[in-house]
Design a protein around this ligand. Structure first.
Ligand code: 5GP
Length: 153
């Protein structure tokens, strides 16, 4: 029988929830999108240039780069330049200019990756049930092969 752990941590320390991870086994834990923005998250560090990425596109509102663990021939992440935890946070607090700029950037990246003719999929995980792992809003762009059913299982 699995033993389940719950981390006892101060609010806002690492933006992650532990809901039933077996003790002694590392599994990525979904973040809590209601926590404050964590300036130390991996995409914040990529934005600050502290960690390298394979950049695809950049403008005033967005940065796009290849996912480190691609799930399709093209798997690009597009992130806003502002400090937003999730789509929920961005849609509530983002300015109209930031939101328009970001949405246009996602479309432009997909076009520039040559994905429009054959099609592509956008995905933005938000919080626990989605499995969001990085607490900075990101839209996944998947393409380059037929992508199968919309949801697994
Ligand atoms: P999520 O599950 O939060 O929607 O997706 C997070 C994504 O970020 C995953 O697909 C994961 O492979 C990707 N990722 C995590 N760390 C890094 C990193 O340091 N660099 C890049 N390029 N992608 C990362």
């Amino acid at each position: 029988m699995a033993i389940f752990a719950r981390l006892n941590r101060p609010r806002g320390t690492h933006n992650r929830l532990d809901r039933g991870a077996p003790v002694g086994r590392f599994e990525p834990m979904p973040i809590d999108p209601t926590e404050p923005y964590d300036e130390g998250n991996i995409f914040a560090r990529i934005l600050r240039g502290e960690i390298p990425c394979k950049k695809v596109y950049e403008d005033d509102h967005a940065l796009a780069f290849h996912d480190i663990n691609p799930l399709s021939p093209t798997h690009v992440l597009v992130i806003p330049k502002g400090a937003y935890v999730s789509w929920d946070d961005f849609s509530e607090r983002g300015t109209n200019e930031e939101i328009a700029g970001f949405v246009r950037a996602v479309g432009k990246v997909a076009r520039e990756c040559g994905l429009v003719a054959d099609g592509y999929r956008l995905l933005a995980n938000v919080g626990l049930d989605s499995g969001q792992e990085v607490p900075h809003l990101h839209v996944h762009i998947f393409g380059g092969r037929p992508l199968g059913p919309m949801l697994a299982g």
